[in-house]
Write a protein of this length. Structure first.
Length: 87
């Protein structure tokens, strides 16, 4: 019996999905994931840091427009974080 062939997706697609998931999570943490809840700044910071790592690892393999979009998202998240933290 032969093993089924598994085709791995392009690493750029995987990193892009990971980045997007982390960026959306950070946004939710910054804005209070549950109604009436305040921001979860420690969780937001972790998600932003991990998204930055995914971006750093993928940026050389991304198209210029993808690179610019991710960099812009990271900048926006970082600015929102600083605004929520108050420093």
């Amino acid at each position: 019996m032969t093993e089924p062939t598994v085709t791995a997706p392009p690493v750029e697609a995987v990193l892009s999905e990971v980045f997007t998931m982390l960026a959306l999570s950070a946004h939710a943490y910054l804005n209070g994931a549950e109604e009436g809840a305040g921001p979860d700044l420690p969780a937001a910071e972790i998600a932003i840091d991990l998204a930055a790592i995914a971006y750093e690892k993928a940026q050389s393999r991304l198209r210029p427009e993808e690179r610019a979009a991710m960099a812009g998202m990271l900048t926006d998240l970082r600015m929102a974080f600083v605004g929520k933290r108050g420093t």
